[in-house]
Write a protein that binds this ligand. Sequence first.
Ligand code: MG
Length: 374
Amino acid sequence: MSIITKVEVYTVELPYKQPFTISLGTSVSSTDVVVKLVDDEGRIGWGEASPAKRITGDSEKTIVAAMYTLAPAIIGEDPLNVERIEEKMDLSMLGNTSAKLALEMAAFDLKGKILGIGVRELLGGYREKIETDLTIGIKSPEEMGEEAVSIVESGFKAIKLKVGVDVEEDVQRVKVVRDAVGPDIKIRIDANQGWTVKEALKALRMMERYDVEIAEQPVRWDDLEGMAYVTKMSPIPIMADESVHTPEDAIKVVKMGAADYINIKLMKAGGLLKARKIAAISEAAGIPNMVGCMMEGGLSITAGVHFAAATRNVVTTDLDSDISLKEDFVEGGAGIENGHRTVPEGPGLGNLAIKEEKLKLVAVFEEEQRIQTF
Ligand code: MG
């Protein structure tokens, strides 16, 4: 038995090495929200929320605002009861999946530390490492080809290309990268909803000759009929990303045949347990999962690696955003070895150090519901 007595909320600036462009826009940095849970014996769990305004609808400010409802709802709870902590949050507020995920991740970290077990083992336990691709943002075909070569040279066996701007150019991007990396590297593409149904089918038929493994979210997130039609007609397997946030969304995609794969992201799901539920629905329907990420720091990437390593139905990952940061606020955590992410040793989220000097304290919630703001 342990009791959560305090929640501290911080923000952290995460500048990228280079601007990152997808069909939804360009970004140069993220402001993430970091939470620290403290229990009655002074033990600590850490969690991270990464806003994706056009995907989860969360901004740094809405995540912090949600903490004023969510943190008081879980103070006084036992961190061993993670499912109950999730329920408390769901009953106090709809949506706000990134904020809920941060608190649930911190509860899992704390639970693992109390029990002396890694989150990977708490979630099931299946493997110690898993493949990841490295993502290239939208640029000229030539620039993407050059970047692909350097990614392969650094040991990656899978590359994800952002597309979804213009069909002819998008096909050219894939062609140039395939010619540059040769036949043995997996190429995945992600249109981030950038195509119409007709554009998607035209592009995917032209890309087939370049051996594209998976095409992610070709059309709008809310157009499941369109996703189902593209899935039926496309020569390349289709992955739902923005169309599936929650377990309920996964059921809709399964019922409609709207994808061949589902991309699970912790920020969309609102918790590691919810992510497990999406994986269970997918597995029962014969749909493999990838685990992806927003522009996250090393803390939530490490949580994603624990989840992916714990879950049989996850066949690959796109857990790479921490590699694209100029500076991270985490030291240690998930490793990277020959295109694979490795689970760190140690209880909870494992051996990692938070560089607390990089964090800015924005709110503290304590047992008597006293709220201090800074
Ligand atoms: Mg995607």
